[in-house]
Design a protein around this ligand. Structure first.
Ligand code: CTP
Length: 424
């Protein structure tokens, strides 16, 4: 097959060398079209040596051969890896200011874009819109992975591993149509309707972990980082929803296209979720780790070591129950069936039962429409970039397991299940 491998100007351009290698080893004829910026990272000599073919960047490079039209016309597949925010923007707006973008305009074959950029850029409303536009036109946009980015930061925006990109591209080339059973990492034109199924919907996502204060400097808290909730909110925005993100103590940039309501305690979270639900919510996803108990009393002065009559004794903290927010939402909606309610269950498994047994039991107790169960423990799930989850529905005996994978891909799977529940 004739493949055009576009490379745009990001540090991940070096990974495209391996993508090229894998494609040529699989017997494909690959022409590399780097952008000017890509050549600052990896030079022409490398691309020509690895592909065994001449490499051009500008439409002026091979004028007699009319390369800017020919390459796109003759290609069986155009794959761009990495696709920077700038490349996505140019492609979405039909700009044709270099050989790669003219090739994208001419190509009528499948086009696969593998984005790579910083988390803030990936979550920015412009990029979210550009990705939605491209997907709406049938372009296959691979979800970026989560993990270490350039520098010390990490988050969604990392170029997936070369093997993964090539596998996704070859699936597209083989006429892969993108069903739920296939890799949710790739959204395609075949899925275009599904990928916009939340347009006009109001979804509420709670994320992070509540803090229950004891005094002005201390609180009872938990280890939730908010990454999963933020990934869910970003994916919902990408699918066209109006998103209210009720965020409890999360130190992450707000995903583009979402309205963030910051809360601290379980009671504040309950109020914020309740208000958003009354504002015509269609779906509520309770990804936040909500404290079941809070200190019965709050002292507005710091509790001192010498706290009482007998200073040698440690103070006893009395706790009271917090409301179960999810159970309250289930009770309030009654038989209405709306909003669709999604719960999360962080389980460790114990001598009373496995993670899945506890999850099935919790699904019954909570009465929600979908339960996303994940295993927790030291080094597992909390704060990590990859996770394995089980998706359980009350009416379906089978359990869908997703992962180990990035939390952004879990978000794709959750919204696909919600699509089925909404009947869209
Ligand atoms: N949840 C809630 N309000 C609470 C506690 C939990 O809305 N006070 C929600 C969580 O956001 C999650 C689901 O309920 O979606 C399950 O949370 P989890 O802590 O696993 O369940 P609990 O009901 O607290 O059960 P247990 O602690 O016994 O496992």
């Amino acid at each position: 097959m004739r493949v055009v491998l576009g490379v745009s100007g990001g540090i991940a351009a070096y990974k495209a060398c391996l993508v090229l290698r894998l494609l040529t080893e699989a017997g494909h004829e690959v022409t590399v079209v780097p952008t000017r910026a890509a050549l600052r990272f990896v030079g022409t000599a490398t691309w020509e040596a690895l592909s065994g073919r001449p490499v051009a960047t500008e439409v002026w490079d091979d004028v007699p051969g009319v390369a800017h039209v020919r390459l796109g016309q003759e290609a069986d597949l155009v794959l761009v890896a990495p696709a920077t925010a700038d490349l996505l923007a140019r492609a979405a707006h039909g700009l044709a200011d270099d050989l790669l973008t003219t090739t994208l305009l001419v190509a009528r074959c499948p086009v696969v874009l593998a984005p790579a950029m910083h988390t803030e850029m990936w979550g920015h409303a412009s990029t979210v819109d550009n990705v939605a536009t491209l997907r709406g036109r049938g372009v296959h946009v691979v979800e970026p992975a989560s993990g270490r980015l350039t520098g010390t930061d990490s988050g969604p925006g990392r170029l997936p591993e070369p093997e993964e990109i090539v596998a996704a591209a070859l699936r597209v080339l083989d006429g892969w149509s993108g069903t739920d059973d296939a890799d949710p990492a790739v959204q395609s034109g075949a899925d275009a309707d599904r990928s916009k199924h939340l347009a006009g919907r109001h979804v509420v996502v709670s994320a992070g972990g509540t803090r229950e204060p004891l005094d002005p400097v201390r609180f009872l808290g938990n280890r939730s980082s908010g990454k999963q909730g933020y990934a869910l909110a970003a994916e919902a925005a990408r699918r066209g929803a109006r998103v209210t993100l009720v965020s409890a103590n999360v130190d992450l940039p707000a995903p583009g296209g979402t309205e963030v309501v910051a809360v601290e305690t379980a009671l504040q979270l309950q109020d914020a979720v309740g208000e958003a639900v009354r504002d015509d919510a269609d779906v509520v996803v309770m990804a936040a780790a909500v404290a079941d108990f809070r200190p019965a009393a709050y002292t507005d002065r710091k509790i001192k070591k010498e706290h009482g009559v007998d200073a040698a004794e440690a103070p006893v903290v009395e706790l009271v129950r917090n409301p179960d927010v999810l159970a309250g939402l289930v009770a309030d909606r009654g038989d209405a069936g709306r909003p669709v309610l999604v719960g999360f269950a962080a389980e460790t498994g114990d001598d009373q039962g496995s993670v899945l047994e506890h999850a099935r039991d919790k699904l019954g107790r909570k009465g929600c429409d979908l339960l996303v169960a994940n295993e927790v423990g030291p080094g597992v799930t909390f704060g990590q970039d990859t996770t394995t989850v089980h998706l359980l529905r009350p009416d379906v005996e089978d359990v869908r397991t997703v992962g180990p994978t990035g939390k952004d891909r879990v978000a794709v799977a959750v919204w696909d299940e919600v699509a089925a529940l909404l009947g869209t």
